[in-house]
Design a protein around this ligand. Structure first.
Ligand SMILES: Cc1ncc(COP(=O)(O)O)c(C=O)c1O
Length: 386
């Protein structure tokens, strides 16, 4: 067999690689495992969404190749939703592109810009495709730490000048996975200015825009002045509508970037299943009615988990958005060791911070993906181990 490529061989190992095996063994021994690892909630999509896909799969036209243009109604619905939610009016056919989940689109975007040796600036910790998509192309990936004392806002002043010269992309992700950090309009405006000044494409991952608490409504970077000249933003139906497995999202913003991604994806895939796009239309139509219920569920869980993990002795910040608590490990143990010990001794799966980059060392992430009572039970068990 040929040797694997340098870029593939230098991908870091997956921090949770042995968790499914340990979990299966524990379940086999009769342990009641509570999995707070992945951001994959235990809820159903809106009933209208399910009805829409049931109908769509009976239509012959929905079984055809979608191609990148896809279902025009979905593009139009996305543009309408962007207007309703953020007050911006993208052209549905020029400035919007449906994706097979945002992860796919995030990972493919660097193909448009990165030659070996170019740099890309990403948050650390950060969602995997920021690293994977740029690293695989031979980019110099500049991982900027997200610091608690800076409210987890990526500070581009921490990028060394020498790297900045070679940089083409700046990734932001607010509301942030895993830290729960959120961005203000002012922060986004500064990011826009910075990217304009240094000729960078600003990429904001807004997958958690709708999962926000206490009345807080996360903004879009595209609301900023001049944003549409320098920025694209990713949106997903995964978290908003409990559709993680359906694989559907979109990118919106800077026209040449969206057009170029459309072109490059012709070489990689043939678009999002049309019936799923029809379901996406139904989800966006259900948005105003559905999202408050989602928020109520996750806010109750957040409050229960914050209280329970505080009682268990952890120093927990209250996140304004996302599905996660991001908690410092009190013992100072490496996060992978801590998460493994907790799993083996208590049957609770926690996500080790380094699973999303070395900047996550010293933290664990708790996903609010099970009912409040299970979150309390998990915290009790963790407390016992400690
Ligand atoms: C920051 C962030 N962006 C995007 C996604 C994934 O979205 P999708 O399911 O649309 O690929 C996730 C999922 O965990 C995420 O945490």
């Amino acid at each position: 067999m040929p040797k694997f490529s340098r870029q593939f061989s230098s991908l870091p190992p997956y921090a949770l690689a042995d968790v499914p095996k340990i979990k299966a063994e524990l379940i086999g021994q009769g342990v009641d495992v509570i999995d707070l690892g992945a951001g994959d909630a235990d809820q159903m999509p809106p009933p209208q969404t399910i009805a829409a896909i049931q109908q769509a799969v009976t239509e012959e036209r929905m079984s055809r190749y979608p191609f990148q243009r896809g279902l025009p109604e979905f593009r139009v619905k996305i543009a309408e939703w962007m207007k309703r939610r953020f007050g911006i009016e993208p052209d549905p056919f020029e400035e919007v592109l449906p994706l097979i989940g945002t992860k796919e689109g995030i990972a493919h975007l660097p193909l448009l810009y990165v030659d070996p040796g170019d740099a890309a600036i990403i948050p650390d910790p950060g969602y995997y495709p920021y690293f994977g998509g740029t690293h695989m192309l031979g980019a110099d990936v500049v991982q900027v730490p997200l610091r608690r004392e800076k409210s987890y806002l990526l500070d581009w002043n921490e990028v060394p000048k020498s790297k900045l010269k070679k940089a083409k992309l700046l990734y932001l992700n607010y509301p942030n996975n895993p830290t729960g950090g959120v961005a203000t309009d002012e922060y986004y405006q500064e990011a826009i200015e910075f990217c304009r000044q240094h000729d960078l494409l600003l990429i904001n991952d807004n997958a958690y825009s709708e999962i926000a608490f206490d009345g807080y409504r996360p903004p879009s970077v595209l609301q900023g002045e001049g944003a549409r000249d320098v920025a694209v933003e990713y949106h997903s139906l995964s978290k908003t509508f409990n559709m993680t497995g359906w694989r559907i999202g979109w990118v919106v913003g800077q026209k040449e970037a969206v057009q170029a991604l459309t072109k490059v994806k012709v070489y990689y895939d043939t678009g999002v299943f049309l019936a799923c796009q029809a379901a996406g239309v139904a989800s966006l139509e259900a948005w105003a009615e559905f999202v408050p219920k989602q928020i109520a569920i996750f806010q109750e869980r957040r409050d229960a988990a914050v209280e329970a993990f505080r009682e268990a002795g952890f120093d927990v910040d209250v996140p304004k958005a996302t599905l996660y608590l991001w908690i410092p490990i009190p013992s100072g143990e490496p996060s992978v060791d801590f998460a493994r010990r907790i799993l083996l001794e208590s049957g609770v799966v926690l996500f080790p911070g380094t699973g999303m980059g070395k900047g996550g060392e010293g933290f664990i992430r708790v996903a609010l993906t099970v009912p409040a009572e299970r979150l309390r039970e998990a915290a009790r068990r963790v407390a016992e181990v400690l």
